[in-house]
Design a protein around this ligand. Sequence first.
Ligand code: AGP
Length: 611
Amino acid sequence: MGYTGHRPALDVVLDGLRRLEYRGYDSAGVAVLDGDGGLAVERKAGRLANLEARLDEVGRDTLTGGTGMGHTRWATHGAPIDRNSHPHRDTTGRTAVVHNGIIENFAQLRAELEADGVELASDTDSETAAHLVARIYDGDLAAAVRTVCRRLEGAFTLVVTHADEPDKVVAARRSSPLVVGVGVGETFLASDVAAFIEHTRDAVELGQDQVVTITKDGYEVTDFHGEPVVAKPFQVNWDLSAAEKGGHDYFMLKEIEEQPEALANTLRGHFADGRIVLDEQRLADQDLRDVDKVFVVACGTAYHSGLVAKYAIEHWTRLPVECELASEFRYRDPVLDRDTLVVAISQSGETADTLEAVRHAREQKARVLAICNTNGAQIPRESDAVLYTHAGPEIGVAATKTFLAQIAANYLVGLALAQARGTKYPDEVAREFHELEAMPAAVQHALGTVGQVRELARELADSKAILFLGRHVGFPVALEGALKLKELAYMHAEGFAAGELKHGPIALIEDQLPVVVVMPSPKGRAVLHSKLLSNISEIQARGARTIVIAEEGDDTVKPFADHLIEVPAVPTLLQPLVSSVPLQVLAAEIARSRGYDVDKPRNLAKSVTVE
Ligand code: AGP
């Protein structure tokens, strides 16, 4: 959030941060320029209320002025504590920066600054931008910001102020959202129109690699080289509630659409110099080479992502992989020792069952790698190493973008193991990673089925039950599709390994019972494809209504599908990333048709912190 105009900046900025509160965060901060060369900053870990209490403590009269900015942080680099909160300043305190995104080359920039004797005050990537701008600044803030942006790699939205230019705010956008609000005698900047639509509905969307300078009289946009750019104004016709959901009726629907970005952000920065690099990897390659068994532990949707991981990690590393429900893990007296790698998957990082499984694994001297979406949560803190997903805050109780991000993170762990153990040559690891990098676009393509699935959902909304079948990596997808339907539409649903049908479940098939079948590619494990077609014949013969999720162009499935939903062709092991999308939409749309609250299903909590 940035502001300059005729109102007290502190009030406008705090109000804006409150309106961005739904995005979830772990710390917040503000900077205000008083016009006499002063730049005051206050920031606090925790809820916005902590910052407000801090402001009351220091006295709000120390933050007067018509120009300011603020930030709520969802930590990626550096734990959610005061000194890692934004705004970050340079050593003179005259330049302040807030940042959304990930500066990929921050380690190199930090090293450069430290080599020049700069004392960095935080563990964040964002702080480097403040020092870099300050070192270049020579009276033209926009020019300094442009020069710095040309050096940054990764995704970033930066908002920058300088005490010497108290009548303006400069911001830059690459990949993370940024929008300008144009008022009368005042101008706003925000990640999301929700922050300022109570003041103005005249907005301007910024494009990739653009820098904007706002003053109370308006704004100017250039590219990163200073060339003027004509930015597109638009009218915001959402109310506040819709604005928070990006125009959707529910956060979950917005989060389903955010999955390409969640995937891209999770993969970003994990392949450098021809090698997979994990996050705060406190597991040396030798540790990974010593591993002789992998245990994946998780709950619910995270467990389903672990089931997918089992296929990938076994295939790439030839290591035995067990995937166990965290709530069962420590009671089954699992066989663990220091050469067992336990992968604990949890988007919240606070799930009690998974946390207890981590503690049990540590007691047995196993090494624990956490896959988590919440920086600084308990599970990563108690693990030997962590690989963060960067799906951003997930507000909907039903996991969607964090599920796809977990699958991608699991693949990175599998490739890192294969790379360390030499079961994949570097060029093979590179090839697999580049196939992963194509997945955000494939998921974007799969989102093209939303309209068709919404129609289908209306037809199926009154079903008594829906079954889900899959084979190989399609089996965990079937389980996840069933879970989504249970938790959102309160409808009985069950996922099966298709090969199990004849061992009992086929007795459930009756006339018009909807059965969703997750088909593999005909070009992948062809035997699985043909066996699934015969499974479909068996259920069609008993009157089932078949909904088939299949690869685009796979005409062989047409005679077997009462409803055919086509997803893009992707490599076998990556198929869950695209075939899960229509199942998420199906569950959400059936729930909506039934009039249920898609974001807050009954009896459920977003994070289950009790056993
Ligand atoms: C998924 O839609 C559910 N909300 C639930 O199963 C969830 O995946 C499970 O509770 C695990 O949560 P975690 O990833 O935060 O550990």
